[in-house]
Ligand binder design. Structure first.
Ligand SMILES: Nc1nc2c(c(=O)[nH]1)N(C=O)[C@@H](CNc1ccc(C(=O)N[C@@H](CCC(=O)O)C(=O)O)cc1)CN2
Ligand SMILES: Nc1ncnc2c1ncn2[C@@H]1O[C@H](COP(=O)(O)OP(=O)(O)OP(=O)(O)O)[C@@H](O)[C@H]1O
Length: 196
């Protein structure tokens, strides 16, 4: 089995080519509809999202949809030792570009307690039906999820989704409970294919 690093490289090449393609956008639109119609989304008052970069699942519509119905959106800020915290995102939140090429809230913004995040949308390059995940290789989400008790969802367009993982896992990998695809829900949550 290839290592995560090899699959990460392959996936990154695929998404750099497909970024902003209509093929990707159509898949994203199907997933937005399924997500916002789910109880997981509708019951969440505070939602953790990322400020996605080209080639990632596009979170901008989700930020707008959440704000439009009065939900609080929080986004990650990286800390030393590969930790992260989450801060409220408003149109006024000052953002800085990190050396990793990701925007995050400025240092002065207060962090929100992780217990207050009802739903966390976790990014990644590849997800399996069993809930395996390959992220960008920092281990930030693995560390954050280790003691996170809220609901976890990842959005996987067809190119991000693998019926069977074809990479070797590490002990620190955190499984994703709810993997949302164009054809429904997967992940460790057992209500497979049903509305969640
Ligand atoms: N949009 C978005 N935001 C996000 C994430 C993400 O996946 N997507 N993250 C998901 O985790 C966190 C940041 N993730 C990171 C993942 C890897 C490295 C990393 O590999 N750093 C290398 C090289 C840094 C460099 O190029 O200078 C290193 O630290 O050695 C850094 C941050 C938080 N914000
Ligand atoms: N809880 C942890 N404690 C110590 N090391 C960890 C922990 N979680 C992950 N790591 C280490 O961090 C490194 C990167 O992890 P991994 O490749 O799983 O990142 P990723 O999940 O793809 O990235 P990200 O979560 O940032 O998107 C690995 O070497 C992994 O062993």
């Amino acid at each position: 089995m290839p290592l995560k690093e090899e699959v990460r490289r392959q996936q990154a090449a695929i998404f750099s080519e497909l970024a902003d393609s209509w093929e990707q956008k159509q898949a994203e639109i199907i997933i937005y509809q399924k997500l916002i119609n789910s109880n997981l989304w509708q019951n969440a008052k505070t939602i953790g999202l990322t400020l996605s970069n080209p080639g990632e699942f596009d979170t901008q519509p989700l930020i707008g949809l959440a704000n439009a119905v009065g939900k609080r959106v929080v986004v990650p800020r990286t800390r030393p030792a590969r930790k992260m915290d989450f801060c409220q995102l408003t149109p006024q939140t000052p953002l800085v570009l990190t050396k990793f090429g990701v925007y995050e809230p400025d240092e002065q913004i207060a962090a929100v307690n992780k217990e207050q995040i009802d739903l966390l949308v976790v990014p990644g390059l590849a997800f399996s039906a069993a809930g395996d995940r390959i992220g960008f290789g920092g281990g930030f989400y693995d560390r954050f999820l280790a003691d996170y008790r809220g609901i976890v969802v990842s959005c996987a367009e067809p190119k991000r989704f693998f019926a069977e993982k074809n990479w070797a896992s590490e002990d620190t990998d955190q499984l994703i409970a709810n993997v949302l695809t164009v054809s429904g829900w997967f992940g460790t949550n057992s209500q497979r294919g049903e509305k969640r």
